[in-house]
Design a protein around this ligand. Structure first.
Ligand code: NAD
Length: 390
């Protein structure tokens, strides 16, 4: 196979960003598009030179049945996004899926088992793990410069206005809380129901890469639903998870998307070990910091770590999210075309989804401590089989 013939599913804002990158990337050919909102088809087609050769679907089962599609690019935002990924694998398509991987543990298992049974590629398009500073921190931890890592924090406090919470199912147009009275066709989106803590892939993916670890236990708390900031929105403003990893570190992971925050990096990270610590910048006027116990340092020093990689390919520059968006697509392409082994495999992908799903479950059960399954095959669960208890 020279080109991956990819069928694009989900033509919202993120789907368009993907089409924009992939239309000129070596190794990809977009052969089909799918979204139940017909009004969104034309703006995606208008980006493509080969639009007359691109099939258009409103029905997911129909794009899965299309023999001119080798792989599905999944850019949907709905409760079933994990089930849709599994369905595509079961239909014989490789899957390149946007975050989060899934919203239920059952869907996580279904993806894992389908990938194992078919041998097809499942790639979660989590891009922050390709940031320059993430590799720098991973190397510091691997070299033992921070000692034994005891504590790690990650947070995603983002505010994109209230527009993402209401949408017209006919036109696909989003509308804000303020616009609602003049847009009676707008309906609440899945984000009213989605626990914000489900959106932890951009915290767990990079930090578990740095720590080379996985979460084994989780407990969580959240503020009330609906939002204090915008009572029209069903989401709590803040959810916080405390997690323990296999190597014995404690993680504190936070999400919130309904209250105003400064227009700066929405993500923040910190790692503390027995011999030193690193932390991301608190504002754009600062730099990240590092302190090493055995380096004669009285205080933490600023380090010019950035999102952008020093070794970035020229095509990566400007691709989005500090150039990182480019790398998820080369990673998927290279694994499907067989030129590279997967670095972020299906098991690591589920390591970013399951703790978040269980954090929300913990909140629902009064902060109960819950065990996180290991999705890798073992003696009691051979590859291709579901575990006895899901
Ligand atoms: N990695 C990142 O930085 C990043 C950034 C933004 C969004 N995202 C992710 O990308 C995805 C899409 O985000 P968005 O902002 O474009 O959302 P969106 O709601 O604007 O678009 C999603 C589209 O999917 C379509 N859709 C829903 N269910 C479908 C189905 N069963 N079959 C076909 N189409 C279906 C909807 O009609 C909609 O047009 C989400 O999963 C989101 O979490 C990731």
């Amino acid at each position: 196979m020279d080109d991956i013939r990819i069928g694009w599913v989900g033509l919202g804002a993120r789907g368009l960003e993907w089409v924009h990158i992939l239309r000129s990337m070596r190794g990809y050919r977009i052969t089909a598009l799918c979204d139940p909102i017909v009004a969104l088809h034309e703006r995606a087609l208008s980006l493509l030179d080969n639009r007359n050769q691109v099939a258009r679907y409103t029905d997911y089962a129909a794009i899965l049945a299309d023999p001119s599609v080798d792989a599905i690019g999944l850019c949907v935002r709905c409760r079933e996004q994990g089930a849709l990924a599994a369905q595509a694998l079961e239909a014989g398509k490789h899957v390149h899926a946007e975050v989060p991987a899934a919203h239920t543990l059952e869907d996580c298992w279904r993806i894992v088992v389908a990938a194992e049974r078919t041998g097809l590629v499942y790639q979660l398009a989590e891009q922050t793990r390709y940031w320059g500073f993430v590799d720098a921190w991973r190397d510091l931890v691997a070299e033992g410069r921070l000692g034994h890592v005891t504590y790690c924090e990650g947070q995603y406090l983002g505010y994109y206005g209230t527009e993402i919470f209401f949408q017209s199912p006919e036109t696909g147009r989003f509308c804000s809380v303020e616009e609602l009275p003049s847009h009676p066709d707008a309906k609440p989106t899945w984000l009213h129901l989605m626990p914000p803590i489900h959106y932890l892939p951009h915290e767990l993916s990079p930090m578990l890469k740095v720590l080379n670890d996985r979460v084994i236990e989780v407990s969580a708390m959240g503020t009330r639903s609906p939002s204090y900031a915008h009572p029209e929105i069903g989401q709590p403003d803040i959810q916080v998870a405390l997690m323990k990893t296999e190597k014995g570190a404690i993680l504190r992971m936070v999400t919130g998307f309904t209250q105003p925050v400064p227009h700066r990096d929405h993500h923040w990270y910190q790692i503390i070990g027995t011999r030193g610590c690193v932390e991301w910048r608190r504002s754009e006027s600062e730099r990240p910091k590092m302190w090493l116990a055995d380096s004669g340092m009285h205080d933490a020093a600023e380090v010019d770590w950035r999102f952008e990689r020093l070794d970035a390919a020229s095509e990566a520059r400007g691709s989005g999210h500090g150039d990182a968006d480019y790398y998820v697509h080369t990673a998927f392409r290279d694994v499907v075309l067989g030129t590279k082994q997967p670095e972020f495999d299906v098991y690591r992908a589920m390591d970013t989804a399951a703790p978040a799903i269980l954090a929300a479950e913990s909140i629902a059960q009064g902060s109960k401590l819950l065990r996180v399954p290991d999705f890798r095959p073992n003696e009691s669960r051979p590859a291709g089989h579901l575990p006895e208890e899901v």
